[in-house]
Ligand binder design. Structure first.
Ligand SMILES: [Zn+2]
Ligand SMILES: [Zn+2]
Length: 420
């Protein structure tokens, strides 16, 4: 029986892998432009890290984790996201005792047992940034501006940025009570999930996917109207920094993050015109996370974005740029007796930094030409009887079909000029 890739996973074959190189290149270079450096953490962690760092009441932890016991009966989990791992690394390596803030970015696969659909997979790729060690609203704004800049570097100039503040544990406690008071009389009209969880976490009702739940709680008290003075001030600062840097946003009362360690800024970015899965990234401030994961109280802010969604957006909006990924030169061998010579020529080209390859299946001339085309070669060199006798190479431009002779001794310099 033929074994297929597991449901919700997929292969990236060439030439599609070039689109990933392009995307990852833009992500890395933009992050580095802002002074962020890459962190790489393990693909799996102790399960309890995600229980604490993501929260047991979230769908991610309660329903979607790939959790398994290793041969020593430890409970391990394939990372469903990377912020908790970054916090763990920040604590484990005592990064907090060095110069703060640290600005990290990461890129790589995450794993969630979710229902696969367009733009959603069980193994998917995320890019994200995390800043640990500063409360400055300039950093809330910086990560948002970085996200917007990444989109614009990809050609995605149109975006919708939703912004809210979820306050701090102090003002949120007062708010929770008000919200519960507002919901209790209408609780029986809520969906089953909301009805069950509104007493434990009433904020979750605000981001329920059922439209009916939103109608039922209409006129609810908003977080924005219930922030304490310092949270209010932080939020206005973030907004004014974004305004003075030309970043458009919409205040969104429904944008909430239900866990205690999330504080102040919450944001989400959508690309209009790409269908239901329009959110390409989101994040916010999490001043309580490092402490929740067992470290010293340390503020943090960051975001994550889905790479599959970004590529989907680029595709749908015809923006995908793959860059050049084909061969520079394909060496065509006209006769078995020139195998060794053409192999050497290929190797000389490579030594000179020219991407080169040749046939290895004894193809006829025409078939070699076709193969060269398939491999995206810009040029072909033909090596045969005439060429060896005359010390001249025949060079073919694969785009135009034009052929010319050149002296073998100058070949590398000439080819380099032509490839510029
Ligand atoms: Zn507050
Ligand atoms: Zn609901």
């Amino acid at each position: 029986m033929e074994t297929k890739a597991p449901r919700g996973t997929y292969d990236i074959l060439p030439p599609d892998s070039a689109a990933w190189h392009y995307l990852e290149g833009v992500l890395r270079s933009t992050a580095e432009l802002y002074g962020y450096q890459e962190i790489r953490t393990p693909m799996f962690e102790h399960t309890e890290l995600f229980e604490r760092g993501v929260g047991t009441s979230t769908d991610v932890v309660s329903k979607e984790m790939y959790t398994f016991f290793d041969r020593s009966k430890r409970s391990l989990t394939l990372r469903p996201e990377n912020t908790a791992s970054c916090a763990r690394a920040f604590i484990e390596h005592r990064v907090y005792s060095g110069m703060l803030p640290v600005k990290w970015y990461y890129i790589g696969p995450m794993f969630r047992y979710d229902r696969p659909q367009t733009g959603r997979f069980r193994q998917f790729n995320q890019f994200g940034v995390e800043v640990f060690g500063s409360r400055s609203p300039y950093l809330d704004a910086e990560v948002i501006i970085l996200l917007v800049d990444i989109l614009s570097n990809l050609g995605l100039m149109e975006y919708e940025l939703h912004l809210n503040s979820v306050g701090c544990p102090k003002c949120r406690e007062v708010y929770r009570e008000k919200l519960i008071e507002h919901i209790t009389p209408v609780k029986d009209s809520l969906c089953e999930d909301c009805n069950q969880r509104y007493l434990i976490n009433p904020l979750r009702v605000l981001d329920c996917k059922q439209a009916s739940c939103h109608q039922v709680i209409e006129g609810y008290p908003t977080l924005a109207a219930n922030l304490c003075d310092s949270c209010q001030q932080h939020y206005s600062q973030v907004q004014s920094i974004l305004e003075s840097n030309g970043v458009d946003f919409t205040h969104d009362d429904n944008l909430v993050r239900g866990l205690d360690y999330y504080t102040n800024t919450a944001f989400e970015i959508h690309i209009p015109g790409i269908g239901a899965q329009s959110a390409v990234g989101g994040g916010g401030r999490y001043d309580g996370l490092v402490e929740e994961c067992g470290g010293p109280a340390t503020p943090g802010v960051g975001f994550a974005m889905g790479l599959e969604r970004l590529l989907l957006a680029l595709n749908l909006l015809n923006l995908q740029q793959t860059g050049k990924n084909g061969l520079d030169v394909f060496v065509i061998t006209a006769g078995d007796q020139f195998e060794e010579l053409s192999f050497q020529v290929v190797q000389e080209l490579r030594t000179a930094g020219i991407k080169a390859a040749k046939d290895h299946n004894g193809r006829a001339l025409k078939a070699q030409m076709k193969y060269a085309d398939r491999l995206g070669a810009a040029l072909a060199i033909i090596i045969g009887e005439d060429e060896v006798k005359s010390g001249q190479l025949t060079l073919r431009n694969m785009g135009t079909g034009e052929q010319q002779s050149l002296a073998a001794v100058d070949a590398i310099d000439r080819i380099k000029e032509m490839l510029v």
